[in-house]
Design a protein around this ligand. Structure first.
Ligand code: ADP
Ligand code: MG
Length: 309
């Protein structure tokens, strides 16, 4: 009997122990579950944090990009403004220098004329050579002054009717192309067009002069014309030295020249004149092969009345 009681109390003890063990385990499990939940929350927070950070990074890089664009745009604007200011300053200086030089030159030309008519044949050959040199240089300087004044003056168009063939023919006669250059003039007598004759002639002479100067050993100058979309296109193709890309970029800048005796206003004047007509001028060139300038002019300028820019 006592043995029986003992056994029962042992069992009760074990059961109690087991129960408390189970309670401890379930507490530990609950603890573990809580840790896991905590861990998951932390993981979620981390993920949200990373996503947020990535979003912020993306926003930041977008801002940096648009800031870069803004800086680039502003730099371009400032560059353009500076360029315009520079051009205006060049124009003013050109007008001033042109006017200031005209008077002394007229004086020199008058004096040379006096000497030529009064000395006449009485003087020696060397003096006559010197006189011719003075006259030639006065003429050359006058050409530079014409360019300076033409570049800086406002352009008022006085339009009259003509055709590409007449324009090119007159320009060729004025430009005096040397014999070593073969001219192939295949311009047409149509369309009838309205332009400022004197100015467009001058423009064509500048282009022909440049072509001649690009072919010091001789070559071929081909001139063509065609009508397209209400415009008349005239193209001047030479077989001269051509141009490198960096020269083409600076071509239209006033006072840009690669020539020892150049002044660098010929093409700037051309561009102003053509644009005053509402037209365009463009160039294609290959070093060592040649150059083609194309002038496109509206058959009728935008306004019937005299225009100016
Ligand atoms: N047909 C051409 N072939 C090669 N270079 C040319 C030609 N036309 C113009 N150029 C280049 O463009 C520059 C500017 O021409 P322009 O404005 O007429 O001034 P300039 O003739 O006084 O130099 C020239 O110095 C030359 O380098
Ligand atoms: Mg020139």
């Amino acid at each position: 009997m006592s043995e029986e009681i003992c056994k029962t109390s042992d069992e009760a003890k074990t059961r109690k122990q087991l129960k408390s063990e189970m309670t401890r385990m379930s507490q530990r499990i609950t603890g573990l579950e809580e840790i896991e939940v905590e861990h998951k929350r932390a993981e979620m927070e981390l993920k949200t944090d990373i996503a947020q950070r990535k979003r912020m990074e993306r926003n930041l890089s977008r801002h940096v990009e648009s800031l870069g664009d803004l800086v680039e745009k502003n730099t371009k604007k400032t560059g353009k403004l500076l360029q315009m200011e520079r051009l205006a300053a060049i124009g003013e200086t050109a007008a001033m220098v042109g006017h200031d030089l005209r008077n002394p030159l007229t004086g020199i030309a008058g004096a040379a004329y006096y000497l030529r008519t009064n000395w006449g044949r009485m003087t020696d050959e060397k003096s006559m050579q010197m006189l011719s040199l003075i006259e030639k240089n006065v003429e050359y300087s006058n050409k530079i002054i014409d360019d300076l004044l033409e570049y800086s003056a406002e352009i008022y168009l006085e339009v009259a009717e003509t055709d590409p063939k007449s324009l090119v023919g007159e320009a060729l006669a004025l430009a005096e192309v040397p014999k070593k250059i073969r001219v192939l003039d295949s311009t047409e007598k149509k369309p009838r067009m309205q332009v400022d004759l004197q100015r467009i002639r001058r423009c064509l002479v500048n282009i022909i002069d440049n072509a001649v100067e690009a072919m010091p050993q001789g070559g071929k100058l081909t001139i063509t014309s065609k009508e397209s979309n209400g415009n008349c296109e005239m193209t001047f193709i030479d077989t001269g030295e051509g141009m490198e890309e960096e020269i083409i970029e600076k071509l239209w800048n006033p006072l840009f020249t690669t020539k020892a005796k150049g002044i660098g206003l010929g093409l700037s004047i051309c561009k102003r004149i053509v644009e005053a007509h509402g037209g365009t001028i463009s160039v294609k060139s290959r070093p060592g092969e040649g150059t083609a300038f194309t002038i496109s002019l509206p058959i009728k300028p935008e306004s019937e009345e005299d225009e100016f820019i």
